[in-house]
Design a protein. Structure first.
Length: 664
């Protein structure tokens, strides 16, 4: 048997972050850091060293950065993703004889033991490093080796010289990694553009961009509405499905099973004689009109997002050309959509497990690529939890190969594990349970789960206080203060949020029936002519909050969200900080829309980068009031009829040459 090197002694375990042990990538946006930890250890008492390896998946060579020990064999390192493409990372560790030698030499000196032999052993280690070094460093290392062997100085003097930083830094550059161990997996990072992490969505029905409910709005009308949307500070304009709407089994107003001749139907009932998923409803305009709308929106810094609803009406062209793509009932008819007791006779779900499933999948790939070809880069996906997981992993993967800038928002109000799996498969943002979390305990527990646990590595929450499908009870009865509070919560708790408007800013709170979340006169089934100039609109407040979001980097992220104690359960207090910035935002919200609430907020000053005993300023960015606080406990009082929340910028006081100044 030939002599061979023994197996590495180092063990690398518990590498984090890791989604399903590396089965799925973690998520970042361009410019964000990836903080990696791992257990790195070996037998015996030798000291170790470790590096974090990372690279773009498209290149073969690794970059590396040193890892630092945290204690108890845990190591940490971080790197930054600079390109909008997949990255890989792993950890490498090795036994470092020089570090062990240096540690033992220091102990022997302290114990006044003989170290002459130890210096010779150190010289051998340094001489071995000479062969690994090059240029001037090789000469410097050789000089150190000679110094360790020299008899011109005493052994103690040579030992103290060797314990200096110069030799340590040199040796760390050229370690012996011939027996290094590397983690057995290369973990992935999916890197998206910034809007995947920080965005404000405005949902609007194009057909309701009209001053007369008897006239169908169109894309040109939407253009006229753009200054209004931009004035509120939104950067994504989401349009429900823009395709032809079927007539067979069309729903009437308020989801009536019988439609009148003037009823326009639901936009999610896709497909008619005019076409299917690649066509535009003729009353909205032509393809060129959509392109014009997209270009005009871009002038305002707004992106247009389209709805991707993979379902058909009985009138959809694919029903005739590909009947094999649908399920049939025992009587031979095609199965319409159901969620008992609800029935959707105007919609046929596709059978993703049909014998011809490959061609069905390719058809939907073609649909997405068609709209990408028209300049669309954001899709809100309707009910993805009713389609197979493998389909979404395949489709999103196919898109990302050519268009890494495409963003997918997942609309799946379903079981948590299903929602999380869809996020792991590639959805950039996800609707959440925020809509139904109202109490202090509910909000704290839910945000702790989605922001402060490993879920945050792959699940980007998007908070919506309302949708066309959901009019929460809190909004039905809480009046204007409830709308204001929920908007502020959504916009500051999550870096991604959206509203369905103009229903939201115009305080639409009429349910179809008591105890139900459906809107009366729902825009899903009829045209609504909204008076966007109403004096009671929340437009100005929304604009101010979105301006605050843009101006404060602390609100562009979620990972530094922290909740703070308040001795009143109707008051919710939380803060956010910006990475590598002094910007700290503290939000206090009155969750009671009916009564004034007050209490003492307890702040962990050290976590907020405020020295104990230091006076600091709480600048309320909503009302522009400024308060001078000191210490951990400070009093707040909020009248919901005036303003249900404070959004404070916390500013520390620093002394300048002339006076005091405040900075974020």
């Amino acid at each position: 048997m030939k002599n061979s090197a023994p197996p590495p002694r180092v063990v690398i375990e518990n590498l984090r972050p890791a989604v399903n042990e590396g089965r799925f990538p973690i998520k970042r946006t361009v410019g964000e850091s990836v903080k990696v930890t791992a257990d790195v250890f070996a037998d015996g008492h030798d000291l170790l060293d470790a590096v974090l390896l990372y690279r773009r998946a498209a290149v073969s060579e690794w970059s590396e950065t040193p890892m630092e020990p945290l204690g108890n064999d845990r190591w940490a390192g971080e790197f930054t993703v600079q390109e909008m493409e997949p990255y890989l990372y792993t950890v490498q560790g090795w036994v470092d004889p020089f570090k062990s030698w240096r540690r033992d030499l220091e102990k022997k000196l302290q114990a006044k033991q003989e170290v002459a032999i130890d210096l010779l052993a150190g010289a051998e280690l340094v001489e071995a490093a000479v062969a690994r070094a090059g240029g001037n460093d090789a000469g410097r290392l050789q000089s150190w080796a000679s110094s360790l062997r020299s008899a011109k100085k005493s052994a103690d003097e040579r030992a103290r010289d060797a314990l200096g930083n110069d030799l340590q830094c040199l040796m760390r550059r050229y370690p012996d990694r011939s027996q290094a161990a590397q983690h057995d997996k290369e973990l992935g990072v999916s890197v998206a553009r910034e809007r995947a992490r920080f965005s404000a969505w405005y949902e609007m029905f194009p057909r309701s961009c009209t001053s007369d409910a008897q006239r169908h709005g169109n894309f040109r009308d939407c253009e006229e509405r753009l200054p209004y949307v931009a004035s509120m500070g939104f950067d994504v304009l989401y349009l429900p499905p823009i395709h032809p709407i079927g007539k067979t089994n069309r729903k009437g107003k308020n989801n009536s099973p019988v439609a009148g001749p003037a009823d326009v139907g639901s936009p999610w009932a896709i497909g008619a004689q005019e076409g299917g998923h690649k066509e535009i409803h003729p009353e909205l305009g032509m393809l060129e009109d959509l392109k014009r709308l997209r270009a005009k929106a871009a002038e305002y810094g707004i992106e247009v997002a389209l709805d991707l609803a993979l379902q058909a009406t009985p009138d959809h062209p694919l029903v005739g050309t590909h009947p094999e793509w649908f399920r049939r009932r025992p009587d031979g008819t095609i199965q319409y959509a159901e969620n008992p007791p609800k029935k959707y006779e105007d919609i046929y779900p596709f059978n993703f497990e049909s014998a011809d499933w490959k061609n069905l999948w390719e058809e939907f790939r073609a649909v997405v690529f068609f709209w990408i070809g028209q300049g669309i880069r954001i899709f809100r996906v309707d009910n993805p939890h009713t389609k197979p997981f493998p389909f979404w992993e395949w489709l999103i993967g196919e898109v990302r190969k050519q268009y890494p800038d495409v963003i997918f928002l997942c609309e799946a109000f379903t079981r948590p594990k299903v929602m999380y799996r869809l996020a792991k498969l590639g959805f950039d943002q996800s609707y959440t349970y925020f809509t139904w979390r109202n109490t202090k305990q509910e909000l704290t527990e839910y945000l702790t789960e989605v922001v402060q646990s490993e879920v945050s590595e792959y699940y980007r929450p998007s908070f919506w206080p309302n949708t066309p499908d959901i009019l929460p009870e809190y909004l039905q009865y809480g009046g204007r203060p409830a709308f204001a509070a929920r908007m502020i919560l959504a916009a500051t708790l999550s870096s991604n949020y959206g509203i369905y408007g103009p229903a939201f800013e115009l305080l639409e709170n009429r349910p179809l029936e008591t105890g139900r979340e459906e809107y009366l006169d729902s825009e899903k089934y009829q045209i609504r002519a909204w008076n966007i100039d109403r004096s009671d609109s929340l437009r100005d407040l929304i604009a101010r909050v979105n301006q605050i979001r843009c101006e404060n980097p602390a609100l562009h992220h979620n990972h530094e969200l922290r909740f703070h104690q308040v001795d009143n359960d109707q008051l919710l207090a939380y803060s956010k900080g910006a990475p590598d910035s002094a910007n700290v935002i503290l939000v206090v919200v009155n969750l009671d829309p009916y009564h004034t609430q007050s209490g003492w907020v307890h702040l962990p000053l050290e976590e907020l980068r405020i020295a104990p005993g230091q006076t600091y300023q709480a600048h309320d960015l909503l009302g522009n009031a400024r308060y001078f606080w000191q210490g951990e406990r400070n009093f707040v009082q909020l009248d919901p009829q005036v303003m249900p929340a404070h959004i404070f910028a916390l500013r520390r006081r620093v002394r300048t040459e002339r006076d005091f100044d405040y900075y974020l």
